[in-house]
Write a protein that binds this ligand. Structure first.
Ligand code: 5GP
Length: 136
């Protein structure tokens, strides 16, 4: 179990600006926001990666994400937002405790959203789908 800054926030040892809390989930404002209202929604269980989270606890995060986002958007006067969730260093994950970012967006906010897509043939996609579907 990684002991991270988020474990300390959950334990109340490090302060946060809390927006929501229940048995499994905590939401609070990001300390270094990409936009006004940038929020982190985390499981209380200290696991590093999404696939390590018991599905019922992941489901509880999924249940709360929309309602929390709605309150953030209402308070900041925004309609659009990204939900971002990074797993592992190469994805950009800095804190090794599962977290979902809610990032309110506005036209011309300069954050960007386009990644460079790769070209791929249908046969390659079919072979890959077959390989993935063979995984249990
Ligand atoms: P990651 O890059 O791992 O997906 O995102 C980690 C996020 O946690 C960053 O956006 C960062 O600003 C935020 N963060 C790191 N330390 C703290 C902290 O002590 N308090 C709060 N509220 N956010 C933090």
């Amino acid at each position: 179990m990684p002991d991270t800054i988020f474990s300390k926030i959950i334990a109340g040892e490090v302060p946060c600006h809390k927006l929501f809390e229940n048995e499994h989930v905590l939401a609070f404002l990001d300390i270094a926001p990409l936009s006004e209202g940038h929020t982190l929604v985390i499981p209380k269980r200290p696991v590093e990666r999404l696939e390590e989270l018991p599905t019922e606890e992941a489901a509880e995060i999924a249940r709360q994400l929309g309602p929390i986002a709605q309150r953030v958007l209402a308070a900041t006067g925004k309609r659009d937002y990204n939900v971002l969730q990074n797993n592992g260093k190469s994805s950009g994950q800095a804190v090794p405790h599962v977290h979902f970012h809610i990032i309110p967006r506005a036209p011309e906010d300069g954050l960007g959203y386009r990644w460079n897509a790769k070209e791929v043939g249908d046969e390659q996609l079919a072979a890959l789908a077959e390989k993935i579907n063979a995984e249990k």
